[in-house]
Ligand binder design. Structure first.
Ligand code: NAI
Length: 801
């Protein structure tokens, strides 16, 4: 026992262990053996198999838990399906009461849940007690509110159905709350699978579900490993998959669910930058860094794992950081005075070791303070890697451990370029005393969450989720609720029955086509492609004949190919200024577009009638509605804006609506002018640049628009049109890594292909599955189009001293 004067000299903490008796008693009461929780009761695994769950800090056995088989998943899905009807029909205020009761019961059991979480996962008790569990309760309280308000805040929307939810091991109970609370609030039922390393708090949660009087079957918990997860993903009785975990598995899930009509949200990995400018409060930034990379041993998807520090202060900042690292305490997760607990599993520890070794082999300098590590258990010291190249493995791969990688930059532009130099885009942290610099940087970062002079702040009222390969969809707040609702027409079920075959254009060399067309009365010359504001011949040198309604050639359209799409994507990327323009400026251009179309309405009516055979009155109605729609989206350009979320801490949390950037839009045959305008305009209004593939059959209606575009002050490259074999071109767009989002309105087969081929860069897709849309009705216009044309970036700006 050290004397008080020794303690005062060293200012060292003594051990402050949290009692584990309560959690041990709970495990013993269950005989350290757990079944699945299905239809309100514990159900033994059909195949009788169980796996062991151990304490990563000691290696000791905690419990044996059921391994889910196909029969178990079937049973859980059946229970959730049976419960869905009554639960979704329950008035929102009654669902709210259940969610509210769950929140209350979580608070009553805070200590048990926190100790169990730290024992199972290895995270410091300080974190599970002060961060995880309070946020879990907050999530259920907040979503009790959404249940109450669902009908009025999301008019016309309906719950998705049975949700399969697969969660990781890093925040086991918190991820459960992020998944279950919005699902239930919206009226869905769930089958949730916790991660195999950390199922215990999910099992403890089942008791809360019972206490809160939730109807049987609304929440079902099936335990097991990745195979069980894959069974949930593939199950035909599931309507939505919500997954948090590795990008690799997320990509697989995207491919496996392609064409199934299952709604999908993915929250995946990250390599988030932590940017320190030379005017930052360095001591605060150091403390921020401790939270950013050493919270939960760095096993955090949004960990600030890439330090980018301005060159002039780098040496001093690294020195301060090393001093701070030497004071971090690594040890027993149940000790209230430790900073870093145990790594979740041997395989994760091995992965961290391997990646750090690789970093050193690739030339990084490695600093680890001489921190004492416990003799047994899975521990890894806080680590700093400097002299790292931006392209090296440790600078690009997610390590998911207490390892910080540092690089320096000279100018803000360089910092932004380095920060965005990643395939991920989950979060970012910016440290500067200049609000102008911080906000400018925040606006230019490709990340779903940006913390200014802060880090790792979370709240149920704010959406959380990534750009690019960090995932699709948001969790939390209003954005998160949409992931568990269907707006009419927004997500279509696959169409039943056989589909008409996609029309296959047959090629004709452009020169021959032009000769063939010359001299024919009323027939235009061959329409070209429209790329970068210019009309140009297709790369193939071929065109195809577009037939009129009378079966005779109406003209020729260019037969675009892969190269043309690539050129169009490049042109769209160069037209960045459109995204940076104000909503007001974009609105002016779109109003002008509408006026110019109106000036040529008669010409378009005639063209529509001759191409589609529609009656003159119907053609007139379609053109007139197309013009109205242009005005509607012009009006929305400066109105579909963001929000300031009411998060709990003293922050202005800005939910900024941002365009995807470059979008592909593949248009249908029906109502060819109106559908084209209805799809392109919302994307343009919000600042996207578009590569549009019009209906092959009626391509000339889109190519007639070139002159309207040319006279409307649209910047070159903002809209690019590639005609040709629609599905072939859609496939090239789906596979293109520089296309951020892709809409496809067409066949079910084409929709399946688009979803599957988009898995490469995990682009956001919106497909119609062959379900016809009534373009003349409200289905063809509205906020759902704008929501799908944008993503939300949440910027946290703290205030107060
Ligand atoms: P993982 O992605 O394999 O596991 C996450 C969850 O998915 C678990 O419940 C697992 O059982 C389940 N799962 C695994 N394969 C599946 C499949 N084919 N179909 C459906 N479900 C499946 O992650 P893992 O292997 O535990 O960790 C590997 C790496 O992934 C980590 O080192 C880290 O880089 C990253 N990771 C990222 C997380 C995040 O929050 N973004 C969370 C966990 C891991």
């Amino acid at each position: 026992m050290p004397a008080i004067k020794d303690i005062l000299r060293s200012m060292d903490y003594g051990p402050a262990p949290e009692a584990a008796g309560h959690a041990t008693a709970w495990l013993e009461a269950h005989g350290r053996s757990f079944d699945h929780f299905i239809d309100g009761a514990f159900v033994a695994p059909a195949e009788g198999q169980r796996f062991e769950v151990t304490n990563p800090a000691t290696g000791g056995l905690l419990a044996r838990v059921a391994q889910g088989s196909a029969a178990d998943v079937d049973k859980a899905v059946a229970a959730a399906r049976a419960a869905f009807g009554p639960w979704s029909a329950l008035p929102g205020d009654l669902r709210a009461r259940h969610l509210y009761a769950i929140a209350r019961h979580i608070q009553k059991r805070e200590r048990l849940l926190a100790v169990l979480e730290s024992t199972d996962n290895g995270k410091p008790i300080r974190e599970s007690r002060d961060i995880d569990v309070p946020l879990v309760a907050r999530h259920f309280y907040h979503h009790a509110g959404w249940a109450e308000l669902a009908e009025t805040e999301f008019p016309g929307a309906v719950p998705v159905g049975v949700c399969g939810q697969i969660i990781p091991w890093n925040f086991p109970l918190l991820m459960l709350a992020w998944k279950i609370a919005p699902a239930l609030a919206a009226g869905n039922t769930v089958v949730l699978k916790p991660a195999e390393y950390t199922p215990l708090t999910a099992l403890a949660f089942t008791e809360i579900v019972k206490e809160a009087g939730l109807p049987d079957g609304v929440v079902n918990i099936v335990t097991g490993d990745g195979e069980t997860g894959a069974m949930i993903v593939a199950h035909p009785g599931i309507d939505k998959i919500a997954f948090t975990g590795s990008t690799e598995v997320g990509r697989k899930i995207r491919q496996l669910t392609a064409g199934s009509g299952k709604k999908l949200s993915l929250e995946l990995g990250g390599k988030s930058p932590f940017i320190v400018f030379d005017d930052a409060d360095q001591d605060s930034a150091i403390e921020g860094l401790v939270d950013a990379i050493w919270l939960n041993q760095g096993q955090v998807c949004c960990a600030g794992s890439r330090l980018l520090v301005q060159e002039g202060i780098a040496a001093r900042f690294h020195a301060k950081l090393k001093t701070r690292m030497a004071h971090l305490r690594v040890g027993d997760p149940l000790d209230k005075s430790i900073d870093i607990g145990a790594i979740v599993a041997p395989v994760q520890l091995e992965r961290i070791r391997r990646l750090v070794e690789k970093g050193c082999a690739e030339g990084a300098a490695c600093f680890q303070p001489g921190t004492a590590l416990p003799q047994k258990g899975l521990f890894y010291p806080p680590t700093l890697l400097t002299e790292v190249e931006p392209a090296s493995t440790v600078a690009t791969e997610e390590i998911f451990g207490p390892v910080l990688v540092s690089m320096s930059f000279r100018t803000p532009d360089e910092a932004i370029a380095l920060a965005n130099n990643t395939r991920y885009g989950l979060a970012a942290s910016i440290w500067s005393e200049s609000i102008g610099l911080a906000m400018e940087t925040a606006s230019r970062l490709q990340a779903g969450v940006v913390w200014i002079n802060s880090t790792n702040l979370f709240d149920a009222a704010s959406g959380f989720g990534g750009y690019r390969e960090s995932g699709v969809g948001r969790e939390g707040g209003r954005e998160g609720m949409w992931e568990y609702l269907r707006a009419s027409a927004e997500e279509a079920e696959p169409a039943a029955g056989p589909e008409p075959a996609e029309s296959q254009p047959s090629a004709l060399p452009v020169a021959d086509a032009e000769t063939a067309m010359r001299g024919l009365p009323g027939i235009d010359r061959t329409a070209k492609l429209y790329i970068g504001g210019k009309q140009g011949r297709p790369d193939s040198g071929y065109s195809y004949t577009v037939l009129g309604a009378d079966g005779h050639p109406a003209g020729q359209a260019g037969l675009g190919n892969r190269k043309d799409i690539r050129n169009a994507v490049e042109a769209a990327h160069q037209a960045k200024a459109w995204g940076a323009a104000t909503g007001h400026n974009r609105a002016q251009v779109l109003y002008y577009l509408a006026e110019n179309l109106a000036a040529r309405a008669a010409e378009f009516e005639a063209r529509l009638a001759s191409l589609t055979g529609t009656a003159a009155a119907a053609a007139k109605a379609e053109v007139s509605l197309a013009i109205r729609r242009m005005f509607y989206y012009a009006a929305q350009a400066d109105k579909f804006d963001g929000a300031v979320h009411a998060t709990r801490t003293r922050n202005v949390t800005l939910a900024m609506v941002e365009p995807w950037g470059v979008m592909g839009i593949v248009c249908p045959d029906e109502a060819p002018l109106l559908a084209f305008v209805s799809l392109i305009l919302p994307a343009l209004a919000l600042g996207n640049r578009v590569i549009a593939v019009p209906s092959s059959r009626h391509a000339l209606i889109a190519t007639d628009l070139y002159q309207v575009f040319d006279t409307s002050d649209l910047h070159p490259g903002v809209i690019n049109i590639v005609t040709g074999a629609r599905d072939e071109l859609a496939k090239v767009l789906a596979q293109h890594d520089d296309v951020a989002a892709l809409w496809y309105v067409g066949s079910h087969a084409g929709s399946t292909m688009v979803e599957r081929e988009s898995a490469g860069n995990l682009k956001a897709t919106w497909v119609s599955h062959g379900r016809p849309r009534d373009w003349l009705s409200a289905e063809g216009q509205g906020p759902q189009y704008l929501r799908r044309a944008s993503q939300v970036k949440n910027i946290w700006v703290p205030y107060g001293e």
